[in-house]
Each structure stands twice: as structure tokens, then as C-alpha cells.
Design a protein around this ligand. Structure first.
Ligand SMILES: Nc1ncnc2c1ncn2[C@@H]1O[C@H](COP(=O)(O)OP(=O)(O)OP(=O)(O)O)[C@@H](O)[C@H]1O
Length: 219
């Protein structure tokens, strides 16, 4: 139903989804959906509430099976290279994944431990990247929704993964937070990474190439 492939890019293909279909309950969310994501690109999945954006992201991560179609990472089926794929992927879902009882610093240490990588940058500097100076040692449950989102997004400064899949990363962020994130996106794709995201807000495409796929709500 939605197919979009850039015609002229010669960059390497990171992710290729082919003829994906998803049915949840009685409803077909999408059918015959294909997309080819190359290094240096940002893809925005658009559509109204319930159209299937999060479902599509979860299929692309391998967390949700599709009814039909395939997803390949660097030429290999993600079902065949699951571990390698997940090491090359940063997925931040709709819920921020922030542990409420841990401080911002402890949350970062937790992320680093889960990724199996020590914190290379001092955690206070990482949190300064996301504007959390002075809030580093407060349990996350004492912070605002936007501040908690910033803790989750600090992972974008921690990770070495080339492919980022981000569900509504701009949610709860203020204008400065959005600008910060867009600058980080530009840096990542400028270094050969790629990003697939959902957003109900328009994404500022001045700093990076932006591809769009629109899902329609199907009854
Ligand atoms: N865990 C689930 N089990 C069964 N059906 C689900 C589940 N999650 C979502 N769905 C169904 O899939 C549809 C699409 O949900 P999805 O979260 O992918 O939409 P979305 O486009 O991301 O919506 P939003 O903009 O509100 O985040 C929903 O309307 C719902 O019917």
C-alpha cells in the first residue's frame, strides 16, 4: 500500500523491508509495504492514531511478526541475524523505558550495562548534552515527562548503533529539546547512520534528507 524508495542514492542499504503486511485483530493495518533505508537517511512514518505506525516499527525491529513480507538488515534476514541486528539497532519505544526509581545517572549506567558497553563519556557530560544539568541525582519519578524523555534520549549520545528506530521521540519535548534532537539526528546520519521514526509533529528536514511513508487508518 505504501512504497517509497529513493531513486538516486548510491549509499549502502542498511534496512530493506519488502511486501510487509500486518493484521491486528480483525483489521489489516497495512499490506504490501516496502521501504529501503540507506545510510544517511531519516525516514518518518506518518499517520493518524491507530494507523499502525508503532506496529510497523516493532515489525522492523523483529519484536512483532508480520503476516507477510521480509525485513533484511545489511542484506541478511533479521530472523537469521537477530543478535547481530539487535547490536546494530537502537530502539526507543513509545514508553520511555526510564526506570522511575533510578536517578538520571543510574538510568544511564543501566542502559550502558544492558548494551554491554561501559560509559565512555562521563555521565554528567552525557546528561549535559540533553539539558539535565542539576537534575542528575534525582530519581526520575521526581522529574517532568519531558525531563524523563530527555533521560531516555541520552541513549542517542551513548550508542554506537548505526540504525535508530524511534517511536515518537519528540513527545513531551520543548522547543529547545526538539532542536537538540534534530541536531543529534543530523550528526548521526552525517556519520553514515540511519533513523526511522514516527512523529505526529512535522520533522524539520533542513538538516538531513527526509523520506516519508504515510499510513492510512483502514477500517
Ligand atoms: N498489543 C496489541 N494487541 C492487539 N492489537 C494491538 C496491539 N497494539 C496495537 N494493536 C492494534 O493495532 C492498531 C495499530 O496500533 P499502533 O500502536 O501500531 O498505531 P499507531 O499508528 O502507532 O497509533 P498512535 O499514533 O496512537 O501511537 C491499534 O488500533 C490496535 O487495534
Amino acid at each position: 500500500m505504501a512504497t517509497a524508495t529513493p531513486e538516486t542514492s548510491v549509499s549502502s542499504i542498511l534496512l530493506a523491508a519488502t511486501a510487509l503486511s500486518s493484521i491486528r485483530g480483525e483489521r489489516t493495518l497495512f499490506a504490501d509495504l516496502s521501504m529501503t533505508v540507506r545510510a544517511g537517511e531519516v525516514w518518518q512514518i506518518e499517520g493518524p492514531n491507530g494507523a499502525g505506525k508503532s506496529s510497523l516499527l516493532r515489525i522492523l525491529t523483529g519484536l512483532l511478526p508480520a503476516q507477510a513480507g521480509t525485513v533484511h538488515f545489511q542484506g541478511e534476514s533479521i530472523t537469521q541475524c537477530r543478535d547481530e541486528y539487535h547490536q546494530s539497532l537502537l530502539f526507543i519505544g513509545h514508553k520511555s523505558g526510564v526506570k522511575p526509581e533510578l536517578t538520571a545517572i543510574e538510568n544511564l549506567e543501566f542502559y550502558a550495562a544492558v548494551q554491554g558497553q561501559p560509559l565512555v563519556e562521563p555521565p554528567y557530560e552525557l546528561l549535559a548534552n540533553v539539558g539535565l544539568v542539576g537534575l542528575e541525582d534525582i530519581p526520575a519519578q521526581g522529574l517532568s515527562a519531558g525531563q524523563q524523555r530527555r533521560i531516555a534520549l541520552a541513549r542517542l549520545w551513548l550508542t554506537q548503533a548505526p540504525l535508530w528506530i524511534l517511536d515518537e521521540p519528540f513527545t513531551a519535548l520543548d522547543v529547545a529539546g526538539i532542536a537538540l534532537l534534530e541536531a543529534r539526528f543530523a550528526e548521526h546520519v552525517g556519520q553514515g547512520g540511519a533513523i526511522i521514526l514516527t512523529s505526529h509533529q512535522p520533522v524539520n528536514a533542513e538538516k538531513f534528507p527526509l523520506q516519508r511513508i504515510a499510513l492510512r487508518y483502514q477500517h
